[in-house]
Design a protein around this ligand. Structure first.
Ligand code: FAD
Length: 325
């Protein structure tokens, strides 16, 4: 490990001040410390934000507010979250291991960096870690990489399961920075790689993620998350689907669908949602809707299997959520 400065912020103002001069926030540390050990990240200073009061889980009739320092395990286990937005609990419980979920925070989960093996190997070319050096994955081992939202500069997948579930429910991000507080859709937090893969999100320098708001629309109660991965104990997704349906008298009034493990950012599927809206439940509908999920897919040499895997994952999850009591 290299030398770095460590500061424990007593309040928001001191955290923002430290970050404005280049310090990096550390919350649970389960992602950042790993990357520092590998020298993938080399911050000069860390500012520990664990003393900040962002630990609320506030369930209101139409909204759940969650502070960014809530531990993944606490949000997953909250009885009202399990009941009112099961897709959130399920995505969290299928993430990492129990020990990690006890330590890791909601904010850190959303802002964790990709698991691409070339990003994490400082001897490899990687436009995301070292802009302009190239992308070793294009001709290399790319079985786990993205097929959607890719560019010639990067095809690394976004790793967060929670982000996929939050995207499906139209969650809103609350942040605070030099310009004060901002609220914006989670969909606007993440950036596709394009020609600047090193710019992964739209938070400004030192902007602090304060919390998340999850609207409890009519679909949230009938929702669920399916994750397909190489091993069940813990592993990142090869393909995943977050589905939320509002069904009245056998007809889908509205649908919210997002997928993960296949795209460079959590990936919403408006065309799938549109095909489902206003239609009666039937297996053929789910198959046709799922077929739309791979529109625009650009597989690499080793990850063409994700084209079929994604459709099957989504078709299965549509049927599962539709059949919920
Ligand atoms: C073995 C293993 C398996 C895993 N499997 C999964 C999985 O299947 N699914 C999944 O989703 N995740 C998985 N993870 C990732 C894990 O969920 C993350 O490591 C964890 O959520 C990060 O949270 P943290 O609080 O420890 O973040 P930290 O490591 O403290 O921070 C991560 C990043 O977020 C920034 N940050 C943190 N909080 C804030 C804030 N409030 N405002 C602004 N910036 C902030 C930090 O500066 C840093 O850049 C796995 C991790 C490991 C090690």
């Amino acid at each position: 490990m290299f030398p770095f400065r460590y500061l424990k912020a007593a309040d928001e103002q001191s955290a923002l001040r430290a970050a404005a001069t280049g310090a990096r926030y550390i919350a649970g540390g389960t992602s950042l410390v790993d990357l520092m050990r590998e020298t993938v990240e080399r911050p000069d200073s860390l500012v520990d934000i664990n003393a900040l009061p962002y630990r609320w889980i506030d369930v209101q009739p139409e909204l759940i507010r969650v502070g960014s320092l809530v531990r993944m395990s606490d949000l997953a286990a909250h009885p009202m979250v399990r009941q009112q937005a099961p897709v959130i609990s399920q995505a969290l419980e299928l993430s990492a291991s129990a020990q990690l979920r006890n330590m890791a925070t909601i904010g850190g989960n959303l802002l964790q960096r990709t698991r691409c093996l070339y990003f994490r190997d400082v001897s490899a070319a990687c436009n995301r870690r070292a802009p302009g050096t190239g992308c070793s994955a294009i001709e290399g081992r790319n079985r786990t990489h993205a097929i959607l939202g890719v560019s010639q500069h990067c095809s690394a997948t976004h790793p967060s399961d929670l982000a996929v579930a939050l995207l499906a429910l139209d969650a809103v991000v609350v942040s605070r920075g030099g310009a004060g507080q901002r609220r914006f859709p989670l969909a606007e937090l993440f950036r596709e790689p394009g020609d600047a893969p090193h710019r992964e999100h739209n938070l400004g320098q030192g902007e602090l993620l304060v919390g998340i708001e999850i609207p409890l629309g009519p679909e949230a109660g009938r929702s669920g998350y399916l994750k397909v991965r190489d091993r069940q104990s813990y592993q990142f997704a090869l393909a995943s689907a977050a589905v939320a349906l509002d069904i009245v008298a056998g007809t889908i009034r509205s649908a919210r669908v997002a997928v993960g493990g296949v795209a460079t950012v959590p990936w919403r599927l408006p065309a799938v949602e549109q095909v489902l809206r206003g239609r009666s439940l039937d297996a053929d509908l789910f198959r046709r809707a799922a077929a739309l999920s791979v529109a625009g897919a650009r597989p690499l040499r080793e990850n063409g299997f994700k084209i079929e895997l994604l459709q099957r994952t989504l078709e299965k999850q549509l049927a599962t959520v539709a059949a919920l009591p």
